[in-house]
Ligand binder design. Structure first.
Ligand code: FES
Length: 107
């Protein structure tokens, strides 16, 4: 298996309803994860982009959280419609999407 150029981690943590920390599951991460899978498949990017679902990465209140390495850029409040932008601008184009980055006090 070749080493991917970029590796995307999507938080898919769930917590019980009413939990004080909330969760990325409650804010729609499943849709985001699914959209990454579909776009990577559609564009045949399996060898270029790694995709892994993770547990909590910390900033639960501003999820769904998406972390991209090797840069260590974390995105917050990512929606299904943001996935194409992240793929085209950051993963393929090399320029992180400033408008979706976590606030500096968070990450
Ligand atoms: S639940 Fe996703 S960052 Fe904590």
């Amino acid at each position: 298996m070749p080493r991917p150029e970029k590796h995307v981690f999507v938080c898919t943590q769930n917590r019980p309803h009413g939990h004080p920390r909330g969760s990325c599951a409650a804010s729609g991460c499943a849709e985001v994860m699914n959209e990454f899978m579909l776009e990577i498949q559609r564009r045949t990017l399996f060898e270029k982009i790694g995709l892994t679902n993770t547990g909590c990465m910390g900033p639960c209140g501003v999820g769904p959280s998406v972390l991209v390495y090797p840069e260590g850029v974390m995105y917050g409040k990512v929606g299904k419609a943001d996935v194409k932008t992240i793929i085209e601008q950051h993963l393929l184009g090399g320029t992180p999407v400033e408008a979706l980055k976590m606030p500096v006090e968070v990450w």
